[in-house]
Design a protein around this ligand. Sequence first.
Ligand code: THU
Length: 123
Amino acid sequence: MAAAREAREHAIAPYSGFRVGAAIETADGTIVGGCNIENSTYGLTMCAERVALLKALSDGHRAFVRIVVVAETAAPTPPCGPCRQLLWEYCGDIPVVMANLNAITATLPLAELFPLPFDRRLL
Ligand code: THU
């Protein structure tokens, strides 16, 4: 949670003003943070979850146990569709912890957030 809140401090969100931090924990206990990074095209924006996941993959990590997403909202901030697809591919059914600056607002298994996924089993 602390890593996600710290990552959120680096958010680049001049268009939405919606600052998000994420932290993914690997099987060996490494914690990798990420923040959202917006772009003037809007569509090239990268969510905090994907930044954290891709950073961890790029560092060589291949096994993950959970992810935390932090935004300054009373309601939980669940990962968007593309983030769910990528998290499913590389993490499987991990817990997704949603939190704000003070507390956890929800924890759900990724399989509940992303039922009936398209994945390699269907290829
Ligand atoms: N965003 C994230 O980084 N993660 C989420 O789970 C939801 C949305 C970002 C994308 C964009 O920069 C801003 O929040 C508003 O959508």
